[in-house]
Design a protein around this ligand. Structure first.
Ligand SMILES: [Zn+2]
Length: 251
């Protein structure tokens, strides 16, 4: 399998998983034009579209792609049914595509119906987990997002986190405001800064890396507990998660 990212809008990535024979899956095509260009360039034959949630920068290209490929199955949560999804999927559903089995993981928080797709080692997680960060809570609660993160954190450590935005640098800038002396964070920040200076992608990341540098996965970490305790006393990891998300909103 080949994993390719197509940049879209300001900072979106449309992920494509393709086989050597050209058959491919397209994840969250927020725009059709860059996808159609890549299809022509690489000679792909789309097998399916996977949608994580209903926001336009993830589904905006679906209708145009369906005009070109009317028989294409489009998988997505119920909230994407009016955005072109013709196969509504739910938590625990298994989808066989390109000979691989994808498991649907419900991850409410960013939106209430948000789902991720996992087929080892690939995780398409939309706007749930970002490198060094977590999605904004547009519809769900911090507690829901914490539970969603816990589910993703239970996946194997070599899982490739294919998230939908290039937010890594700003996430790390925020994280360093919480943990300015953290060696892993500082090293990763330097690496990411170099990549972004050349306009290179910082994704996919791995779950193993995220466990080190993503403060939203480190709510049990003594350094995070100490940093937060300077500001407020929070006993539970989900409270620290909510505090971090609220601080990021203000950052
Ligand atoms: Zn979104």
């Amino acid at each position: 399998m080949n994993l390719i990212s197509i940049p879209a809008y300001q900072d979106n990535y449309i992920w494509v998983l393709s086989q050597n024979d050209g058959k491919c899956l397209i994840v969250d095509p927020g725009e059709a034009a860059p996808v159609l260009t890549a299809i022509a360039q690489f000679g792909w034959q789309p097998e399916a579209i996977l949608l994580t949630h209903h926001h336009n920068d993830h589904v905006g290209g679906v209708k145009e792609l369906l005009q070109k490929y009317p028989a294409l199955p489009v998988y997505g949560p119920q909230e994407t049914a009016n955005k072109g999804a013709n196969h509504v999927v739910n938590e625990g559903d298994k989808i066989k595509l390109l000979g691989y089995e994808f498991t649907v993981i419900a991850t409410p928080g960013h939106t209430l119906g948000h789902i991720c797709y996992f087929s080892h080692p690939y995780l398409f997680c939309g706007d749930t987990m970002f490198s060094g960060g977590c999605g904004r809570l547009f519809e769900g609660t911090a507690d829901q997002m914490y539970q969603s993160f816990s589910k993703l954190n239970a996946l194997p450590e070599d899982t490739l986190i294919c998230c939908a935005h290039e937010y890594t640098l700003s996430n790390l800038t925020f994280s360093l405001s919480i943990l300015p002396h953290d060696p892993d964070l500082n090293e990763y920040y330097r690496k990411v800064k170099e990549l972004r200076a050349k306009n290179h992608i910082t994704l996919p990341t791995t779950l193993a890396e995220e466990r080190k540098i993503n403060v939203f996965l480190r709510t049990q970490d003594i350094d995070i507990i100490k940093a937060i305790s300077k500001e407020t006393t929070l006993q539970q990891p989900e409270q620290r998660f909510a505090w971090l998300r609220a601080m990021k909103d203000k950052f």
